[in-house]
Design a protein around this ligand. Sequence first.
Ligand code: S3P
Length: 188
Amino acid sequence: MYNKDGVILKVMDGLIEKINKPIVFIGMMGCGKSSVGKAFSTRFGLPFYDSDDEVVDVAGRSISDIFETDGEPAFRELEKDTIDKLLNHGACIISVGGGAVTTPAALASIKAQGVSVWLNVDVDALLNRLSGDTSRPLLQATNPSNILNSLLEQRTPLYEQADLCVDVDGRNVDDLVMHIAEELKRIV
Ligand code: S3P
């Protein structure tokens, strides 16, 4: 682990060996799970997986198509199976779709087999990040702000079950990687 000047921080030595299981990033769409997860995986030399990408690969269709043709429950089933497979990859980084935690079996597997990190972002920041997005079927409505507010309200008690809850606001990706590593070191 390096700080901004490239100095190795000895305090991070052995962190991944100690955790020795998947680190799973959870949180609302647009919260930065994939970018922070990828940066974290690069810093620690771990493989990175994104459950949405895996679902798309396995199904051979886009998430929008799966939602439209088969419905959200079918997507959640595929998502749960995908997460179960990814959790068997040993030490790695996994970013899961924002709604994965709403499937009780998926949340239970994440809690049992991984170390979970919730990236908490407020709705205004999410709206900024997601403005113009056409890839998230749940946001294709006249009032994405209402949708995000209501999803965040429903999901907060689920996200709060993470091993680590991190406020993203005011931190860039590098700061987040460092902060998460330090916090993980504290709790594992
Ligand atoms: C969803 C989030 C998306 C994707 C799908 C549903 C959700 O993933 O799984 O559109 O219910 O919040 P990201 O959180 O990676 O955008």
